[in-house]
Design a protein around this ligand. Structure first.
Ligand code: SF4
Length: 207
């Protein structure tokens, strides 16, 4: 008895041999569509919009130079008005709070509350990243990660988007013990800060 081809497989690979550009494009688009669908599903269940989840996910990982409304406007690629409304709603729902900077009191940091942290964590779990990546061997993960980074960088360059990458992968990062040093701000970085995302991040030049 012939085995029935799963719907997604027939959609992504029909008429396109494995390794061809068409097959790769179809798989990548299907994956993007699937994550978008799951994001909408989680948002609806928690009475939030997708933009609210994107804001919570980013703020959960943002460093002290990036947890501001200006950085959020940049990251989300939306208008100031839309982002202000989202911040107000998240604050009203008790998911984030505004905290004045210790040096410049006019500057406000957007910090997730415990409830905001919990929602961002639950969203990451809903997407099942750790379960999915566990399907791959370390060698496969390295190969996929390398390929995705190339696509991501190129796409960000083509669309003139900031990278908002991890501090440790920035060209201005210098390791120091368990932490590091930022050549841009001339400030020491704690071990935790070196794993956060930054608005000023710039990848090292391609070799
Ligand atoms: S090293 Fe780069 S990513 Fe890290 S804080 Fe400095 S500018 Fe940001």
């Amino acid at each position: 008895m012939s085995k029935k081809t799963p719907e997604w497989e027939s959609l992504t690979h029909r008429h396109a041999p494995v390794g061809s550009e068409q097959a790769f494009e179809a798989t990548a688009l299907s994956l993007g569509e699937l994550f978008l669908y799951e994001t909408h599903r989680f948002a609806t269940r928690h009475r939030l919009d997708v933009v609210h989840l994107r804001a919570l996910s980013f703020l959960q990982q943002a460093n002290k130079y990036s947890d501001t409304s200006v950085a959020l406007v940049d990251h989300l690629g939306l208008t100031k008005g839309t982002v202000s409304k989202s911040i107000a709603l998240l604050a009203q729902r008790g998911l984030l709070r505004k905290v004045p900077d210790l040096v410049d009191r006019r500057r406000l940091h957007l910090q997730l509350t415990d409830a905001g942290q919990e929602t961002a964590r639950a969203f990451a779990e809903h997407l099942q990243w750790s379960r999915l990546t566990a399907l791959l061997t370390p060698e496969q993960r390295a190969a996929v990660d390398g390929a995705l980074k190339t696509i991501l960088r190129t796409s960000q360059q083509l669309n003139e988007r900031r990278t908002f990458g991890l501090c440790r992968t920035c060209r201005r990062f210098r390791p120091e013990g368990d932490g590091g040093f930022c050549l841009l701000t001339q400030e020491a970085l704690t071990p935790h800060q070196t794993h956060q995302r930054c608005r000023e991040h710039e990848p090292p030049p391609a070799r």
